[in-house]
Design a protein around this ligand. Structure first.
Ligand code: DX5
Ligand code: ZN
Length: 227
């Protein structure tokens, strides 16, 4: 197997696993530890059976963060709320193909607001469903758990979709993977062709976040070197 891209490894800690009572410190901790992006999980209680936070919290994080905000919106109406997330300081806005709004207008809206566009698929959704949009997006996020909660087990069966994106569709931009990423699972995701790795529990649950971020990066880079 060969990794068919030349993209950098990006480690994106998910703030969902941090201590929300001291969020500015939690941002600083992973930035100093070498994080590339901050992954913010927005949940509306409709698209997923959980509620996390919305634009005001993204805006508060934006005031203290120095690295890009990678905002993953698990919400029914991405088109309706895109502007609020732009105003809050999102750099990349990633919406679900399974949401209620049509993908075409949603992509146009996000791009028109000056953000990068990500499109994401749940474990049960095929690459074919997003194939018409691949030339229009900056990133594809392949979910490796059913969204809604941190701390779930990695689903290796989604890796075929990453290979399909790289090898069949020739998708050469960022492919992010989200859910259950840890030192034990990151290498297989990297070997399949992912280059952006979200990790919540594995980073914020580690005794030393800087050491854990370095470990994750080293495992991913070693997987590239081997393939
Ligand atoms: C799941 C979220 C993930 C989650 C990852 O709905 O999209 O970003 O927080 O958490 P871990 O790394 O703990 O699986
Ligand atoms: Zn996420």
């Amino acid at each position: 197997m060969t990794v068919s891209h030349d993209l950098p490894v990006r480690i994106a800690p998910s703030l969902l696993a941090c201590d929300f009572s001291r969020i500015a410190d939690e941002v600083r901790r992973v930035e100093e530890g070498g994080a590339d992006w901050l992954h913010l999980d927005v949940m509306d209680g409709h698209f997923v059976p959980n509620i996390s936070f919305g634009p005001p919290v993204v805006e508060a994080i934006h005031r203290v963060a120095t690295i890009p905000l990678d905002v993953h919106i698990m919400i029914d109406r991405p088109l309706e709320y895109a502007e609020a997330f732009a105003k809050a300081g999102s750099d990349i806005l990633t919406f679900h193909i399974e949401a209620k709004d049509d993908a075409g207008p949603t992509i146009e809206k996000i791009r028109g607001l000056g953000m990068k566009v990500g499109i994401t698929i749940n474990p049960g959704t095929a690459v074919d469903d997003i194939a018409p949009f691949l030339t229009e997006v900056d990133m594809v996020l392949v979910m490796s758990v059913w969204p809604g909660f941190g701390g779930q087990s990695f689903m290796p069966e989604v890796l075929d979709k990453i290979r399909q994106l790289r090898d069949v569709h020739g998708f050469a931009r960022d492919i992010e993977i989200d859910g259950g990423i840890a030192p034990e699972t990151i290498a297989q995701a990297a070997a399949a062709g992912a280059n952006v790795f979200v990790a919540g529990t594995a980073i914020y649950g580690a005794p030393d976040v800087a050491v854990r971020i370095s470990e994750l990066r080293a495992e991913a880079s070693a997987a590239y070197a081997r393939s």
